[in-house]
Design a protein around this ligand. Structure first.
Ligand code: B12
Length: 223
């Protein structure tokens, strides 16, 4: 069974764009995105639409109707969409010194679009990001944390098969970094309460906006 959120319905204009995305029509979907942006459609709603498109592609992959090539294409479509959307999403206060976050995708997992989107949202809200990239080992997180002493370590995990690595990383970081400093926040669509408990992290989020709220709360509490 899929661990993805339920299918969501959108109004007809968005459904048209959604079909293009789900059918992997790269040029058409990006052209439609540009057109809708020019017409003043809310960029957050458009981002939502691409996220739902990714979810639907994932479902088709699970059913065996799409193969790995489709996921690769989906990744390209999402990357281009985020590139087009970024200047429209990044409208809030930049440059405020909110805190420093080390961010990376856990070892075994090379999905980075969600992590990058979370990083964008954090930057727009005044956080400084040190991005370690994908397939990051527990030791790499630890080394960087000891070097720069961030306020938060954010770990992305999209693949269920990498949850064990995530658990081991959280355990190592908790053991070596005293007094819950920095705080560890884990995130990704494969997480839920049960998974977060298993991993041993009280701070977790399935989406970037919830992750941002957690980081802002951490900074406020430590101020
Ligand atoms: C594109 C894609 C790929 C691309 C990734 C390209 C890239 N550069 O990232 C490629 C082709 C590499 C890929 C490969 C694979 N994929 Co893939 N992929 C997808 C797909 C279609 C979209 C992912 C995506 O970018 N979504 C859009 C982003 C913006 O959303 P997101 O990642 O969920 O991130 C959001 C939140 O999770 C959160 N978030 C993410 N990280 C963090 C971190 C923190 C700290 C916080 C707070 C929040 C947060 O914020 C983001 C915004 O809200 C998904 C389907 C889906 N429903 O997501 C499958 C999916 C993730 N893939 C899947 C699988 C199985 C694979 C493969 C194993 C396939 C294979 N047989 O080889 C490989 C694994 C490769 C590896 N070792 O990592 C499964 C995972 C199932 C599971 N739970 O384990 C999915 C769900 C598809 C499915 N339904 O089966 N994939």
């Amino acid at each position: 069974m899929s661990d993805q959120p339920e299918r969501r319905d959108f109004d007809p204009r968005f459904e048209r764009l959604l079909s293009m995305i789900a059918e992997l029509q790269e040029e058409a979907s990006l052209a439609e995105l540009k057109k809708m942006l020019e017409e003043g459609v809310d960029p957050k709603a458009l981002l939502d639409c691409f996220m739902e498109g990714m979810r639907r592609i994932g479902v088709e992959f699970e059913k065996g109707n799409y193969f790995i090539a489709a996921l690769i294409m989906a990744g390209e479509i999402m990357r281009s969409a985020v590139e087009l959307l970024s200047p429209h999403l990044a409208v809030q206060d930049m440059g405020q010194d909110e805190g420093t976050i080390i961010l990376g995708t856990i070892q075994g997992d090379i999905h980075d679009l969600g992590k990058n989107l979370f990083a964008l949202l954090l930057r727009c809200n005044g956080f400084e990001i040190v991005d370690l990239g994908v397939d990051v080992s527990a030791e790499e997180f630890l080394r960087k944390a000891e070097e720069i002493k961030p306020d938060v370590i954010g770990i992305s995990c999209v693949l269920t098969t990498s949850v064990q690595n995530l658990k081991e990383a959280v355990s190592l970081l908790k053991e070596k970094l005293p007094d819950s400093q920095p705080a560890i926040v884990i995130g990704g669509t494969c997480l839920d309460e049960r998974m977060a408990n298993y991993v041993g992290s009280a701070l977790w989020a399935r989406d970037a906006a919830a992750g941002l709220k957690i980081c802002q709360k951490i900074i406020k509490e430590h101020a």
